[in-house]
Ligand binder design. Structure first.
Ligand code: ITT
Length: 200
């Protein structure tokens, strides 16, 4: 059985693969690089779930394969939950991690240390070419620091410290981030769903 990971974000692909491979399901994971004809899906939804389902269904229809899509982002309390679904394009262009992170830091520059709470959210949607769908979710709470630290991970990892930690998620070895991350939680919730849907 083949399962397509419907994302162009290399950081996400690495995490999705690692977490699903750890579950050792008899499913072959393929990436979007095998389908150069499939273009970007416009993320027109108003929630993580709407966007994850939109991406998963569109790519499942175009590829003829079961697809998992992830819509995720960082929700900052002091910004009323922003950047949220706009995390990948917060500074304008899509996927400029450094510019997005710098803009966010500038926007909360005046927010004191005890009011910098935030959480990462990840909604993962599974869509089958038949139209069948499943949705799972994961959240990781923490706070945003004042200057980036660490080189692992991607996106906003260098400025996010999870609750109970002193390191940013960019300073944590991948397996340690997976154990507590929004994506780790949602993907581990997806494992029994996949086992059921694929009868494996
Ligand atoms: P696809 O739509 O192709 O999957 P994308 O990067 O556009 O890729 P999203 O719209 O879901 O995906 O945006 C997710 C953004 O949220 C991502 O670009 C990061 O800026 C941020 N983000 C999500 N998970 C993160 C994580 O684990 N660590 C750091 N930043 C993360």
């Amino acid at each position: 059985t083949k399962l397509l990971l419907a994302t162009r974000n290399q950081g996400k692909i690495a995490e999705l693969r690692r977490i699903l491979e750890e579950a050792a399901l008899p499913i072959e994971l393929v990436g979007l690089e095998a389908f150069p004809e499939i273009g970007d899906v416009a993320e027109t939804g108003l929630t993580f779930a709407e966007n994850a389902l939109l991406k998963a269904h569109t790519v499942a229809r175009q590829s003829g394969l079961p697809c998992i899509a992830d819509d995720s982002g960082l929700c900052v309390d002091a910004l009323n939950g922003m950047p949220g679904i706009f995390s990948a394009r917060w500074s304008g262009g899509h996927g400029d991690d450094k510019a997005n992170l710098d803009l966010l830091l500038a926007q909360i520059n005046d927010v004191p240390d005890d009011r910098r709470q935030a959480h990462f959210a990840c909604v993962a949607a599974l869509a089958l070419p038949s139209g069948e769908e499943r949705v799972v979710e994961g959240v990781m709470h923490g706070h945003v620091i004042r200057a980036p630290r660490g080189t692992m991970g991607f996106g906003y990892d260098p400025i996010f410290v999870p609750d109970g930690e002193t390191r940013t998620t960019a300073e944590m070895p991948p397996a340690e981030k997976d154990a507590i991350s929004h994506r780790g939680i949602s993907m581990r919730a997806m494992v029994p769903v996949l086992a059921e849907v694929f009868s494996v």
